[in-house]
Write a protein that binds this ligand. Structure first.
Ligand code: PGA
Length: 248
């Protein structure tokens, strides 16, 4: 279960309030191990939020660069992320593909760099509305996975998380039908099996795009997915937990 906080919050105080909220919901839940819950705040707040998260909730970045250091203005290296406690990174989110022109080959370099540095990549794939209408979803998603995971061996594969996020469903309140998600989930798993053999069983496959507490079960569990990548609905710690509790 991954919460993508995107470019929310205007001050460290707001970010901290959120982290404190998560911490108190976690305490009330009585759980002491929530390794499978990952929070991805804006980069500038990573360290601050990390300091407030209960130890069972993992810290994730919303992106990572492919080089460890050097003259790369504006970028953040995996080493820097590791130094503030990051253990996961969203890579290839559709908003970065759209607004920043990220290509599958750039995304592949980022995935490799994350793995090399002990950060688990959450590789985002998904079709546009036009591709969806033209029934090209599976072709497009397969291409993105093939290219994004090029050069990965089965050992590294066990670190990977794949998030299927139809671009048209993100931020829109529209979602595919559960049957469509189920069929994409099966195709992704078949592809991963062909690529990585038995190691593919360790790859989590998530659904993302307008997930909320009402549709979480039908879109993210009943479809054979392992969980969700959640945007807007992750802004409320209680909602995150309501969904998370259905998973565990
Ligand atoms: P949303 O975003 O849940 O607000 O649609 C999902 C995402 O961008 O990962």
């Amino acid at each position: 279960m991954v919460g993508n906080l995107k470019m929310r919050w205007k001050s460290p105080e707001e970010a901290q309030l959120y982290a404190e909220g998560l911490r108190s919901v976690w305490r009330e839940s009585g759980r002491d191990e929530l390794r499978r819950l990952v929070i991805c705040p804006p980069g500038v707040f990573l360290e601050r939020i990390g300091g407030f998260l209960p130890s069972g909730i993992a810290l994730g970045a919303q992106d990572v660069f492919w080089e460890d250091e050097g003259s790369y203005t504006g970028e953040t290296s995996p080493l820097m992320l590791r130094s503030v406690g990051v253990s996961y990174a969203i890579i290839g989110h559709s908003e970065r593909r759209t607004w920043l022109g990220e290509t599958d080959s750039m995304i592949n370099r980022k995935v490799r760099s994350a793995i090399r540095n002990g950060i688990r990549p959450i590789l985002c794939v998904g079709e546009t509305r036009e591709e969806h209408l033209a029934q090209e979803t599976i072709i497009r998603v397969s291409e993105q996975i093939e290219e994004g995971l090029q050069g990965m061996d089965p050992v590294s594969a066990t670190q990977i998380i794949v998030a299927y996020e139809p671009r048209w469903a993100i931020g829109s309140d529209e979602t595919p039908m559960p049957d469509e998600i189920r069929s994409v989930s099966q195709s992704i798993r078949t592809l991963l099996e062909r690529k990585f053999g038995p190691a593919s069983e360790d790859v989590s496959v998530l659904y993302g795009g307008s997930v909320n507490t009402d549709n979480f079960r039908s879109l993210c569990i009943d479809t054979g997915m392992d969980g969700a990548l959640v945007g807007r609905e992750s802004l409320d710690p209680e909602d995150m937990f309501t969904m998370y509790e259905q998973l565990a």
